[in-house]
Design a protein around this ligand. Sequence first.
Ligand SMILES: CC(C)(COP(=O)(O)OP(=O)(O)OC[C@H]1O[C@@H](n2cnc3c(N)ncnc32)[C@H](O)[C@@H]1OP(=O)(O)O)[C@@H](O)C(=O)NCCC(=O)NCCS
Length: 149
Amino acid sequence: MKPYAIKQINLDEYTNCNAIWNMQTCPYTNIFIEQIKAGNRDVFILTVDDDYTAECDLVYDNPEYGTIPGERLYFSRLIVKRSERGKGYGEAISLYLLDKAKEKGYKSIALGVDCDNTAAVNLYKKLGFIVYEEAEDKDGKFYRMEKAL
Ligand SMILES: CC(C)(COP(=O)(O)OP(=O)(O)OC[C@H]1O[C@@H](n2cnc3c(N)ncnc32)[C@H](O)[C@@H]1OP(=O)(O)O)[C@@H](O)C(=O)NCCC(=O)NCCS
């Protein structure tokens, strides 16, 4: 892992995330943009030599995923640029966001992850998340996980 920096970005900088994931083809891009505009999604990025390498977001109001105002928030959109996976950046940005969520006064954090996404499930377990429910949507089976902060 190379030296890295993590910062929150604003809507003007959001298109730079195209270096990490394809914003044109992702069906959720517009939803994310609306959430950022509404102040309901904070976007954090990890850069290596100023290159956008990983993203992870905090979402404040998403009751479907168990958010409770001022108490539990939602960990969203963790993604590392494909060529940079397996080097520790996913864990690094996750740890930063868990600290950030705690700093903001939240007591716990929730997320959803596809049951067959072994890399992500392993990472979340390593970070101390526990599965509290197995659910299913149009994309298949997923776990609802939670961690006390
Ligand atoms: C999931 C993801 C963010 C992990 O990021 P990463 O930078 O590659 O992971 P790290 O190098 O920080 O690894 C941290 C831990 O994750 C787990 N992990 C990461 N890659 C793994 C793999 N290929 N297989 C199994 N476990 C893996 C391990 O527990 C690892 O800890 P270890 O190195 O002590 O074994 C990355 O694979 C990714 O971007 N995937 C596509 C997007 C995605 O699925 N996001 C999750 C949505 S819920």
